[in-house]
Structures are given as C-alpha cells and as structure tokens.
Design a protein around this ligand. Structure first.
Ligand code: 7TS
Length: 412
C-alpha cells in the first residue's frame, strides 16, 4: 500500500476519540462501518456547540437563537447539496435516514403513480428497506414487484434486465453498493437503461455516498437516498434527493407544522420544497451535525476515501482468502467496495463475531437485513468486516489473526 495513504489514515484516527477505546483490555478494531461509522471531533464539537450556544426551533421565531439555528440548519443543506452535486439545495429533503427516504418515495410518488398492471423492479441484493416498503405498497395497490437476479459471482444479472425492464416498469429501485456482497453496481448505466423504457430510478446510496464521490447529475438519478450515521454524521438524519419536477408533483408524506403554506378549516396547501416534506420540528442538531460531517469528508476528499478503502480491500481480500475454510461472498476485489462478508466452515457467524469481540474486533454477523440475498446463496447468515477512512492494514492483520484463532477454538 502507498505510505502516503497509510500515513493519512493513521493521522485521521486521531480525529475519532472512540478509536482510542479499549475493549476487554485490547485496542478497538472497528470494522462495522457498514452498520454505522464512528464520529470525528468536528462533528461531536458541532453538536455540542449547537446545544450549548444556538439551540432553538427553526423557521419560527424572530429571536436571535432561532435565526442562528435556522441559518445553521439551512447551511448544512447547502453543504449536503454540494456534496452530491444537487442542482439546488431545495432538492435535498431531510429525513430520518435511508429507510424513511424510501418509505417517503413509496408512499407519495408510489401511491400517486402505481396500480394494477404496473411494475416496480428491485434486485435480489436489496436491503430490507428497499424491499419491505414495496411489499406493503404492492399489497395495497396491486402492482407487480419484480427482482433482478444476482449471479453466482454476486453481480446483477444484466442480461436479465432486457426482459425485466419494459414499458410496464414504472420504477427501478436499486442498491448502488451492496451492504453484503460489496458489489458496486453500474448505477449510471442501469439508470440510462431504465430511462430508455420510461421508468423512474431510485438509487439506494446508503453504502456508496459515504465511501465514494457520488454525483446525482452525472448519474441522472431521479431519487437518491442515504443515511447520515454511516458517513461520520449523527443518527436520526438522512437525505432524499429528488428531481425537482418529481418532488413538486408528489403529495406530502406527513402532515403537520412546517410543511404547510396555509391551513383553513376546509383544507390545507403545501409549503415549497424542501419544507413540504419536513413536517414538524425536524432533527435540527442532527442535520447540522451531518453538515459538519460532509464538510469533514469534503476536506479529506471523497476520491481519497475511495482510494484508501480500495487499497485496504486489495490487502485484505487475498489475506482473508488464504484462511482455510473461509468463503468470501460476492465478486472479486475489482468490482466491490471496502467491505467483505464471509462464512467460516462450521462456525456460526454469531459465534465468530463473539470470539472476534474478545480480540477487540467489531464485525457484524447475521443476515444484514438482506434475507432474500442470503436465501439466494443458500445461507442464513454471514460475518462482515466493513472498512472506512480510519482503518489500517494492521487492523486487517489483527482481524486475520483473530479469525485463525477462532478457527482453532471451534476445531474440535
Ligand atoms: N440500504 C442499505 C444499502 C443499507 O446498508 C442500509 C443499512 C439501509 C439501506 C438502511 O439504512 P438506515 O440508516 O435507514 O437504517 N445497513 C445496515 C447494515 O448493513 N448493517 O446495519 C445497517
């Protein structure tokens, strides 16, 4: 690996106070970034500052604190818009996360545009948050839900798309980077193919936006969704980006304060974007915290984050592959992002994760909210190591040593 990249990652670790923690007397090796990332000082400080000095409700009072809170809240939206190259910050809707963003699209755009005879296309590698909302809606509206198959190599079966994408397809909603296989799907190409049959496209960027440059205009995405907590930001905040004409045509998701223009006893009219979709007191501190996270990541450079994770992956992939009885799920290192799910012969992933925890190594075990994908591969669970900008090759070594030790423990 390039020493410049490594030196930088090692230096960045100092920004994350939790990385100094010991787990059972051992240094923490945090490899569960797919579930949530750790938070750097600038984000923690921003939250602390907000509550100490600026806390007030937004868009309401004429007093100083309310004006300050509103400015910070709206500045964060601008930073986020720039981060994904949105044409306007009014197309950045704050939600509680990826899950809520998808539910918002399903319940507003979906209810207005889907019915019997229509088809929604998703893939076999989706997170439950991009499956279950469509199950619920299909059962209510009577459209057909179809799935793009996944090949044995863990790639989308692009040949199957010719049959699956038709003039009946109203929406193609797909995961940009798989949270289990690590597969990076060719989002711009898939979007162009969907647009060619007149379908709209929703891209689940929960595992891409935190890890690589993502440009909504280059992708030509109709909707892009992601979560703040996986990209150095707080929990409880996420984003729905949408094309203006779609967001303007969509009815509101939730009704209440903030999202209205005018309320009479006879009915209500809606506020302009983005407020139409932000009913009630929003997650103010969390949005401001996400703005700080985006500034932090921008300062580092998303191209560097991506490069660093690719180098870690190139180091880890063959090393893990050398471990006897270990099977890596998904494609080879050139088509994936910095996460590796695996199964170890005869060892349940939960038992494995518990043994790794004793070595201070945090990985996730289970179906990672992707049960249909695990069914597709004939397994019920897997273990997953997922990297971020602060991980180092030494941590990969510690993971591998802990896996080898786990194998000894379970070899009876
Ligand atoms: N989509 C993908 C691709 C995800 O990885 C996740 C969370 C979600 C949607 C849902 O995000 P949320 O912030 O709304 O919960 N994935 C994981 C994971 O892989 N392990 O824990 C959470």
């Amino acid at each position: 690996m390039k020493t410049t990249t490594l030196d930088r990652a090692a230096a960045l670790r100092a920004d994350f106070p939790i990385l100094a923690r010991k787990i059972g007397g051992r240094r923490l090796v945090y490899l569960d970034n797919g579930a949530t990332s750790q938070k750097p000082e600038p984000v923690i400080r921003t939250l602390d500052d907000y509550y100490r000095f600026h806390n007030a409700n937004v868009h309401r009072g004429a007093h100083t604190l309310s004006e300050e809170a509103t400015t910070l809240y709206e500045q964060a939206r601008l930073h986020i818009a720039r981060f994904i190259n949105a044409p306007s910050d009014t197309q950045v809707i704050y939600t509680s996360g990826t899950t809520e963003s998808i539910n918002l699209v399903a319940n507003t755009w979906g209810r207005a545009n889907l019915g019997p005879g229509d088809e929604v296309l998703i893939t076999e590698m989706e997170h439950h948050s991009n499956i279950v909302p469509w199950h619920i809606l299909r059962d209510q509206l009577g459209f057909t839900l179809r799935y793009v198959p996944v090949t044995d190599d863990g790639l989308l079966d692009e040949d199957a798309l010719d049959d699956l994408l038709t003039e009946r397809t109203k929406l193609f909603s797909f995961i940009h980077v798989s949270n289990v296989l690590g597969t990076v799907n060719p989002a711009a190409e898939l979007t162009a193919r969907a647009h060619a049959v007149g379908a709209k496209v929703l891209i689940d960027g929960a595992q891409s936006v935190p890890h690589m440059p993502v440009d909504v205009q280059a992708l030509d995405a109709d909707f892009l969704v992601f979560s703040g907590h996986k990209m150095c930001g707080p929990t409880g905040i996420g984003v729905l980006y949408g094309k203006r004409e779609l967001l303007e045509a969509m009815p509101p998701f939730k009704g209440g304060g903030e999202m209205i223009r005018d309320v009479k006893m006879s009915g209500s009219t809606w506020a302009d974007l983005p407020h139409k979709f932000e009913a009630g007191t929003p997650p103010i501190a969390q949005a401001i915290g996400l703005g700080a996270a985006v500034e932090y990541l921008t300062g580092i450079g998303m191209a560097w984050v991506h490069e660093h994770e690719q180098e870690l992956l190139a180091y880890a992939y063959p090393r893990l592959g050398e471990i006897e009885g270990l099977r890596i799920l998904g494609p080879g290192p050139t088509r994936r992002s910095g996460l590796i799910s695996f199964i170890l012969d005869d060892v349940h992933p939960h038992d494995l994760a518990a043994v790794l925890d004793q070595a201070g190594v945090a990985v996730r075990a289970g179906h990672h909210c992707a049960q249909p994908l695990h069914d597709r591969f004939g397994i019920s669970a897997s273990a997953r190591a997922s990297f971020y900008l602060y991980n180092t090759p030494e941590e990969v070594d510690i993971l591998c040593a802990a896996l080898e030790k786990a194998q000894d423990i379970f070899a009876f």
